[in-house]
Each structure stands twice: as C-alpha cells, then as structure tokens.
Design a protein around this ligand. Structure first.
Ligand code: UFG
Length: 347
C-alpha cells in the first residue's frame, strides 16, 4: 500500500520487487503525535513508505496505521535509532518528536534541553552514523521571540523568549553547522499555529494531554467538556485587544513537508522556512468562528495575559512559496475550525 508506481514499470511479482527496492523510505519521529500522525498518512498518499519511531510519551499508538512499521523508542536511544535507520534503509528523517508547551518549558527547562536539544543531538549522531543525509525539522515561530514587526520573515532576528524556542533554535543552528561540515541537507520548518484535522483521515486530530492549545480548548468548551474558555488578556495593542496568531491547517503543514522532501531530494539548498498564511486572527475571532461552526454557545472569561505571549505572530511565507512552491490552501480560519470540529465532535 502507498507505493509509488514508477513510470512504465510492468505490473507483476518481479515488478513489485523493483517497486519495493525503490520506494522512498522516511523515518517519522513522533509519528504517533498530532502533526506526525497526519504526516504518516500524507506520505502514504504520496507513495512514500513511512517508518514511525515514537516513545508514546505524548503520542497515541492508534494514530498510526497498523501496517506502518512502528518502533517504540526514544529518539535519543542511539543504538535503536541507528539500527532502525539502517534496517529500513531510510532516505530522510522527519523529526516531529518534541516537547511543545511554552509554559512548561519555562517551569521545567531541563525537559526541553534534554527532550528537544539533547535528543536532537543524539538523533543527528544516528543519522550521520547511518549515512542519512536529509533531515526535516519541525521548528517553530517561537524562535523569533517577541517580533519587532509582522509579517515575520526568516531573517528576522531570532531571540526566543522561552526554553522551548531556545532549544528549537539551537537545533536549527546545529543543523546549519552539520550541513556545512558533513554535507547533511536540511529544511527547518517554522510552524506558526498548527490546527485542524485531516478530513480524509477521520481517526486523526489534535489530542494533547494536558491540552493547552486554543482551538481544541475552544471546541471542548463547545462540547460542554469545559465550562468556559479563559482568554489570556484583552489589552494587547491589537484591533480587539486579544492576541493575533497565524493559524495554519495541519494538512497544509504536511504538504509543506512533502515539498521540502522533494526539494532536498532534488539537491535544494538547506534552510529555514516559515509555514503560515500571512494572516493573523485574534483569540476572539477563533472563539467566534467556533460558535459559528458548532452552533453552540462558548462562554468566555477574560483573564490576565499569559507570560511569554507576544501580541502578534504572523508569518511571511514568501520564501516557502518561492523555493518550495508551497502555499497554504486549506488554512482559512473557517476551514480549520470546521475540520477540527468534525474530529472533536466525533471523538
Ligand atoms: N489562548 C487563550 N486561552 C487559552 C489558550 C490560548 O487565550 O486557554 C491564546 C494564547 O494566549 C494565544 C493564542 O490563544 O494568544 C494561541 O495560543 P496557543 O496556546 O494555542 O498557541 P501559542 O500561540 O501559544 O503557541 C503555538 C504553539 C507553539 C508555537 C507558537 C508559534 O503551541 O509551539 O504557536 O506561534 F511556538
């Protein structure tokens, strides 16, 4: 399943062997997590063979199709990871496995330096040992800290304001140095606010424990699982006083990874790319969109600002558009909320 048919190849047992030996194999770390599990399905549809490596500390085993090779291991487990890369003849690593909570990173930075930075160092050791020379990193807009201006371009100063952003930036810098020294080629994909769910894969959606992200929290409130949404601050210098964020559909993020893989496969130059839409939406707008889509009341309470929240984070995606030929297609706020709601209402 999911193998590409190469041009003109005859059909039959012998041909199948040829197809298998040429199938593109990618390791998806964190492939049982939110974006990673969507990626596994996107890869299958594109004719790649994904191999998932996940320690299930945050991911869900049932998010990975049963016929996809699954290795339960920590990305820092060098012997297991190196053996996996070799055994499956992996061509590229897509590194999603990560801790992702900004607040937690401030309270417990060792989890981030160990779980994000040290783990990425170990993963890259394994990749180099196994001769893998293509790497796609899930990076983040958090590397920019509080931006001086929006939309943010990739050469905007990177001054993260929390350990989450610091560890992702350090990983990007390590990739840049390794790329110069060892010929590793990479794309660091700086996500803005990932949200939504793939309607073609009804079992997939955003399921974090604990949940801290706005879209699922708002939808859980619509379902009555939470009494209200607390909006963190309404005195920001934005049109309605609540923070502006650039919400990007998980399906579009996965398409960007595919484009990055293709670009690196064709010898494209390593670099970092923002992934967003170029449009910001306020917290109030997200709640309003969810009321509209769900047809349910969503009570809100205005609370104090959350530490480390910049007023506005909006991407310039010109580089991804020019170099990767990628543009978000499914990322209107209405579509994101509709697809996320379909998942939450089903779950
Ligand atoms: N928010 C609330 N109430 C909540 C939760 C969130 O008002 O209960 C607000 C936040 O203050 C923020 C917006 O909703 O303004 C979005 O918050 P999220 O927690 O959903 O997302 P963040 O913007 O904090 O962070 C996300 C990712 C990070 C990434 C960042 C980059 O979680 O990994 O986007 O834009 F770094």
């Amino acid at each position: 399943m999911g193998r590409a048919r190469r041009g003109g190849a005859p059909v039959g047992a012998r041909a199948r062997f040829v197809l298998c030996s040429h199938a593109v194999r990618d390791l998806v770390t964190g492939g049982a997590g939110y974006v990673g599990s969507h990626m596994v399905c996107t890869l299958r549809r594109a004719g790649h063979e994904g191999v998932v490596l996940d320690d299930l500390s945050g991911g869900h085993r049932d998010a990975v199709p049963g016929d996809v090779p699954f290795v339960q291991a920590d990305v820092a487990d060098r012997p297991r990871v190196t053996a996996t890369l070799r055994d499956h003849r992996i061509a590229a690593v897509l590194h999603f496995a990560s801790r992702i909570q900004v607040g937690e990173s401030v309270a417990a930075p060792r989890l981030y330096y160990k779980g994000n930075l040290a783990a990425s160092i170990a993963l890259l050791e394994s990749a180099l040992d196994a001769g893998v020379d293509r790497f796609v990193l899930s990076s983040t807009a958090a590397i920019y800290g509080a931006p001086k201006s929006v939309p943010i371009e990739e050469d905007h100063p990177a001054v993260p304001v929390n350990p989450y952003g610091e560890t992702k930036l350090a990983t990007e810098r390590m990739l840049a140095a390794y790329s110069r020294a060892y010929g590793l080629r990479y794309a660091a994909l700086r996500y803005f606010n990932a949200a939504g769910a793939d309607p073609a894969e009804p079992h997939l959606g955003e399921r974090h424990t604990p949940e801290t992200h706005l879209v699922p929290l708002v939808l859980e409130t619509a379902l009555g699982a939470r009494p209200h949404v607390t909006i963190f601050g309404d005195d920001y210098p934005t049109p309605d006083g609540t923070c502006l964020r650039d919400y990007v559909h998980v399906v579009d993020l996965c398409e960007a990874h595919l484009a990055a893989l293709q670009y690196l496969g064709q010898g494209g130059e390593s670099g970092a790319f923002n992934l967003g839409t170029g449009q910001g939406h306020s917290v109030n707008e997200v709640v309003e969109a969810a009321r509209h889509v769900s047809g349910r009341p969503i009570p809100v309470v205005y609370g104090p600002r959350r530490d480390g929240d910049p007023p506005a984070l909006v991407a310039s995606c010109a580089r991804a558009e020019r170099v990767l030929h990628w543009k978000a297609k499914r990322s209107s706020l209405a579509q994101i909320v509709e697809d996320a709601w379909a998942f939450h209402a089903r779950a």
